[in-house]
Design a protein around this ligand. Structure first.
Ligand SMILES: [Zn+2]
Length: 231
């Protein structure tokens, strides 16, 4: 194998490595937590907290209603138990009872509103929770798929790296240095020659360049510096 052919093969491997590395970077960026999933989880937690607060409030209101009912029952005892005879006192007890009854009605209305809100929130929570589970399942599937793809790309990269090592061992250090420096400057170090033209810069080769390249010598294009490969 001529040294140019080896360089051309090396370039093919390098291009493949580049492609696989890009695929690997993309896979790596997709592995791990996902934004929509984190957001859905945070929203669910906030909703659960809100529900717990309302349920606590419901208990408090129920206690207050219990207390008010107790107070009204006590007033009824005083009013109708027969112990209180003083008319003035009876009128004042009656007024007190009215105040408690008004309070009780307000509390009961509040409680009904609150219970309706709790029911709505429970419904929403059920939907959010189902959505989250769905998102999690999808995410797990994606992650599994990504992990499999990652393993395949890594294995291909490892093969390519081994092939590259094997090729490099056959190339003279100076030639390799040239390849690396042209690659650094031009992106692509080795170019084909088609119809007497350098495929890198599209300029015609001199007869001398053409003949030497044909003979298998390592020739750089005199205008762009790329290594010429006749294939
Ligand atoms: Zn050229």
């Amino acid at each position: 194998m001529t040294s140019v052919k080896i360089l051309y093969d090396l370039q093919q491997i390098d291009l493949n490595i580049q492609k696989e590395q890009k695929a690997l970077d993309e896979i790596n960026s997709q592995l791990g937590e996902s934004e929509p999933l984190l957001k859905a989880r945070a929203e669910l937690i906030a909703e659960q907290k809100h529900l717990a607060e309302m349920e606590k409030q419901q208990k408090d209101e129920e206690w207050e209603i219990e207390d008010l009912r107790g107070s009204i029952a006590q007033l009824n005892d005083k009013l109708y138990g027969g112990k209180t005879k003083n008319p003035k006192e009876l009128v004042s007890l009656e007024k007190e009872k009215d105040i408690f009854k008004t309070k009780l009605r307000q509390k009961e209305d509040n409680l009904l509103d609150l219970m309706a809100e709790i029911e709505t929130t429970q419904g929403k929570l059920k939907t959010s929770s189902e959505n989250l589970k769905k998102l999690e399942r999808e995410w797990q599937r994606e992650q599994k798929d990504l992990a499999q793809r990652q393993a395949k790309v890594k294995s291909r990269l490892s093969d390519l790296s081994q092939k590259r090592q094997a090729l490099i061992s056959e190339i003279a250090p100076k030639t390799l240095e040239l390849y690396d420096s042209v690659k650094m400057r031009k992106g692509q170090a080795v170019v084909r020659v088609a119809q007497g033209r350098c495929h890198g810069c599209h300029l015609n080769l001199s007869v001398n360049e053409w003949q030497r390249a044909r003979a298998g010598a390592l020739i750089q294009c005199s205008s762009c510096g790329r290594i010429l490969y006749l294939g």
